[in-house]
Write a protein that binds this ligand. Sequence first.
Ligand code: SF4
Ligand code: SF4
Length: 412
Amino acid sequence: MQTSLADFIRDTPEGKEADAILRKCTHCGMCTATCPTYQLLSDELDGPRGRIYLIKQVLEGAAPTAKTQLHLDRCLTCLSCETTCPTGVRYGRLADIGRKLVEERVGRGPVESAWRGAINAVVPKPSLFGPLFKLGRLMRPLLPPALKSKVPPAPTAAGIWPAAAHARRMLVLEGCAQPSLSPATNATAARVLDRLGISLIRAPGAGCCGGVTFHLNQQEDALAYMRRNIDAWWPHIEQGAEAVVITASGCGVMVKEYGHRLQHDPAYAKKARRISELSKDISEVIAAESAKLKPLISRQPSAASRQRIAFHSPCTLQHGLKLQGKVESLLSDLGYELTHVEDAHICCGSAGTYSILQPELSQQLRANKVASLESGAPVAILTANIGCQTHLQGATALPVRHWIEAVDDSLR
Ligand code: SF4
Ligand code: SF4
């Protein structure tokens, strides 16, 4: 694609990056076939090729409008288009640049700004989110159905977090909403890793990965969360922590980006790059230790007693971290029977704050996803990201859990 970026951006780091991305796009349109919003809305501007064109126009000097913003807002940033693209267009990075520019130029109305501001003020802060979530649970019976589905019932208790007794140590990203919504996830990961001879440690002072704030287009504010985590983790890295383990694939994608996001910060660039290199989804860690895992499995089920489960692979796991198939093969090795899930590459509609900000599209995608997941008559749905877990749980009677809990079950 030929480009002619406007003077205001051409020679900036963002301008150069956007230009390189745009030049890779051949406008072939293959990505539209796998774009969830194009599938629902059948509008070229609600598909990746159309959005790329809109961003290109803005970068070339056209004034963005509220309509430009709407089409970019409707994008889930699921990155299905990136997986499909034959020429390697980094759509996600282009969308980040485009959205920031459009946000600055178009702005938001007072109600929308207040709503987005409230989400940004609460969700990344466990000290606010936790008490509000507890209050929401108490009020749950009184809530209207749409809101009730956003407040999951009482979560599974965390259980024991083993003491750090092993020479091998790994840090864990605690996250922001996950400790309230599913406290069992990280504690379960700690128990499984403990059986594998690895202590999972929490660094006081670390918290939200910055993803919520970043995807609300407060990109500079998000950098503060990233720096805070780096400061909290760095002493442990210097003392030999092998990895930063992440149990929410959405957060995993963000931490993998730290090196890129802080590349122009002289105080943090090197550390951020190192943290991104050390960040690992829990599936990568377990897969690397699978030889030690197998002898610990209490009993391989017979063919007749294999539990049927449906695995929902989050977009951030399969398209963002490119770890497609890893969890599925781990679960099969443990004796679980995975059902067929139609359109497994399509987003469930959670997508961070998308389910709150674009409820209609989000709910359509969720209904389609739940139908696919339930079609194979599983006894449970497993997934790898807290956002998807909570979102799907709001629309199915089946239990929706993190897959690491199934590994823990197999070890008992
Ligand atoms: S598939 Fe890739 S090259 Fe083709 S239109 Fe989409 S982004 Fe551009
Ligand atoms: S990120 Fe997802 S929703 Fe956005 S354009 Fe790409 S495929 Fe479509």
